[in-house]
Design a protein around this ligand. Structure first.
Ligand SMILES: Nc1ncnc2c1ncn2[C@@H]1O[C@H](COP(=O)(O)O)[C@@H](OP(=O)(O)O)[C@H]1O
Ligand SMILES: [Mg+2]
Ligand SMILES: [Mg+2]
Ligand SMILES: [Mg+2]
Length: 321
């Protein structure tokens, strides 16, 4: 299938290369020590130079190679020319070699919507300090950072690419093995990691570290978890689900947006998981949809129904889609 790959496969192959470049930018900015932090709506809603550069890099690269797709990125940036060295035009040969699932093979560029989160887990990124001056007690936060590129068609997440720039951070900055890229497409599979499940019957809930409130904690408690993990990033929490570290991502609050969930949902779907709001309803990724996931996020690899059934009535009433 290398002769004339389907548009969506070319898009995923490009997104893969763009996500890898993005990961390198995220590492470089941290290493420079100059994060250029700007508060958006408040102290828990930050933007750094890395968020800005990566958004410019991915969005400009996408619109250069795919001029007709709709691209929606998290950051509001002034219109300005993007430096040539931020443009990525490479493609993953590996992905180009894969067969496109039949249902997606005829999709056109103009039917596709790409949701870009240039840096997910910004709060944790800013707290991790610089790689050179890392405080050991903060170093673990680096793993929470991801770059998310989600592809949607007909309102559904159909492909996702996640770069985790500091995967293997324990090996140090010089290591060629730092960082990884995971990707997936329902109907084709998921790649770049090894699917693992939590031991049977264990309920391990992963939830926000920096955006908690009473609804969030009440809902986590209602799941009767054996263990609760509080970490940053929507992308990171989905990685925990597919690598057997957590059995449910429970966030009973507004706060995440469509760019937080699109790529993660596609990868989760590709391995048989599910992502909904707290009511158990599907999220829509159409170009004109509201960005905010107002009714929260509930994601699981297995047993979605159990977790959905445990959400308290009061929470359901408080969280309207
Ligand atoms: N109350 C809130 N206000 C702003 N952003 C929020 C939020 N709650 C969650 N988010 C965003 O949702 C993503 C996952 O949140 P968390 O890490 O708390 O689980 C983060 O994305 P970004 O880091 O890309 O902004 C975070 O900023
Ligand atoms: Mg943000
Ligand atoms: Mg995010
Ligand atoms: Mg972000």
């Amino acid at each position: 299938m290398s002769g004339n790959p389907a548009v969506v496969m070319r898009l995923v192959a490009s997104a893969y290369a763009m996500a890898e470049k993005a990961g390198a930018i995220v590492r470089r900015v941290l290493q420079s020590g100059e994060l250029g932090i700007v508060e958006k709506t408040g102290a828990n809603d930050l933007q750094t130079l890395a968020d800005r550069l990566v958004q410019q890099s991915i969005c400009a690269s996408l619109s250069k190679s795919f001029p007709k797709i709709t691209i929606i990125g998290e950051e509001d940036l002034p219109e300005e020319a993007v430096k040539e060295d931020l443009i990525e035009s490479g493609q993953s040969e590996d992905i180009l070699q894969k067969s496109c699932p039949a249902e997606y093979s005829a999709l056109k560029e103009e039917e596709l919507v790409v949701w870009v989160d240039p840096l997910d887990g910004t709060k944790e990124y800013t707290e991790a300090l610089t790689l050179t001056h890392l405080q050991p007690n903060h170093q673990w936060l680096l793993d929470h950072v991801t770059v998310l590129i989600g592809i949607a068609y007909g309102g559904k997440a159909i492909a996702g690419v996640i770069n985790q720039p500091f995967f293997n951070y324990q090996l140090g900055t010089e290591s060629a093995d730092m960082g990884r890229t995971l990707w997936g497409m329902p109907g084709l599979g998921a790649f770049g990691f090894e699917l693992q499940e939590v031991p049977d019957g264990r309920r391990i809930v992963t939830t926000t570290r920096s955006h908690s409130n009473k609804l969030v904690t009440d809902t986590v408690d209602a799941m009767e978890p054996h263990d609760v993990i509080r970490v940053g990033g929507a992308g990171n929490k989905i990685i925990q689900l597919v690598e057997g570290k957590a059995s449910a991502y429970v966030f009973a609050s507004l706060g995440t947006k469509k760019w937080d969930t699109c790529a993660p949902e596609a990868i989760l779907l590709a391995v048989g998981g599910k992502l909904t709001d707290m009511h158990g309803s599907a999220l829509c990724y159409d170009a004109n949809v509201k960005h905010m996931n107002s009714a929260g996020v509930l994601a699981t690899l297995r047993n979605h129904q159990y977790y959905a059934s445990r959400v308290p009535q009061s929470v359901l009433q408080a969280l309207k889609p």
